[in-house]
Design a protein around this ligand. Structure first.
Ligand SMILES: Nc1nc2c(ncn2[C@@H]2O[C@H](COP(=O)(O)OP(=O)(O)O)[C@@H](O)[C@H]2O)c(=O)[nH]1
Ligand SMILES: [Mg+2]
Length: 230
């Protein structure tokens, strides 16, 4: 089994300086860094550390994921946020479970003793409610079905018919559809520290960005509950 660590970056210099030195390059077979046009020195910093940095040719975080899926050389991909939200030392724990035969290993922010320092009241509540909905509608038994940090076998994007052209967001779909499909899914407890560096979530731009993302996730879960059958 080969592993690709996927690191999306857009103006993340504060996080990168703290987080990248904590990543052991021996953990994975490929480190795929996709830069969404950073102007704060993120790309220059990564190059100076000896990393390859690929310029994203499309725009937006969902598109970044699809570029990564297509360029990954591993069988398994681990999306990893270098902004401080993901604990790098948990990467080997995700890999260990995949090597035990799991298809998806989720780094759960809500499986005790883990917790999120990044959540506000609304995001914490929404993440938990959406996870309950996924459990109920798709027969999963999860504490965190919404987070980005996980490891999964790339082939399942295709076996679960997750469609790039509908600009589908794989992050919760792979978990929800995977549960209905009968994939082997497990969670490990992995806390979410607060974001390093300036706030202003780029993955959900605008004042109402998080609410819009939440509404899209909710609509996606409900649509899939009706229309997705393996
Ligand atoms: N390549 C690329 N990276 C992005 C883009 N938007 C966000 N990111 C990165 O994706 C990661 C997650 O984004 P973030 O805004 O922290 O999302 P949140 O933690 O879900 O609020 C961060 O490392 C961002 O720098 C994008 O359009 N392209
Ligand atoms: Mg983040």
């Amino acid at each position: 089994m080969h592993f690709t660590l996927f690191i999306p970056v857009q103006n993340e210099i504060h996080g990168l300086r703290i987080i990248m030195p904590r990543i052991d390059r021996q953990w994975v077979d490929q480190i795929l860094i996709l830069d969404g046009g950073s102007t704060d020195g993120s790309k220059e910093y990564l190059l100076s550390m000896g990393y390859d940095v690929i310029d994203q040719t499309t725009s937006g975080i969902k598109a970044a994921f699809w570029e990564a899926f297509e360029q990954a050389t591993g069988d398994v991909i681990i999306p990893f946020s270098p902004d401080g939200n993901s604990i790098p030392e948990d990467i080997p724990r995700l890999i260990e479970k995949i090597n035990l035969g799991y298809d998806i290993v989720i780094a759960s922010r809500y499986l005790p003793p883990a917790s999120s320092q990044d959540d506000d009241f609304v995001s914490g509540l929404a993440n938990r409610l959406f996870t309950k909905l996924i459990n109920y509608l798709f027969g999963a038994k999860l504490t965190d079905g919404i987070g980005m940090y996980k490891a999964f076998k790339i082939q399942h994007l295709y076996s679960l018919r997750i469609d790039r052209h509908k600009n589908e967001h794989s992050e919760y779909l792979i978990v929800a559809r995977g549960a209905r499909f009968g994939l082997k899914i497990i969670e490990i407890a992995s806390s979410e520290p607060g974001r390093l560096g300036p706030l202003g979530s780029r993955a959900h731009p605008g004042i109402f960005g998080k609410y819009k993302s939440g509404a899209l996730i909710l609509a996606g879960i409900l649509r899939d509950a009706v229309f997705y059958w393996p």
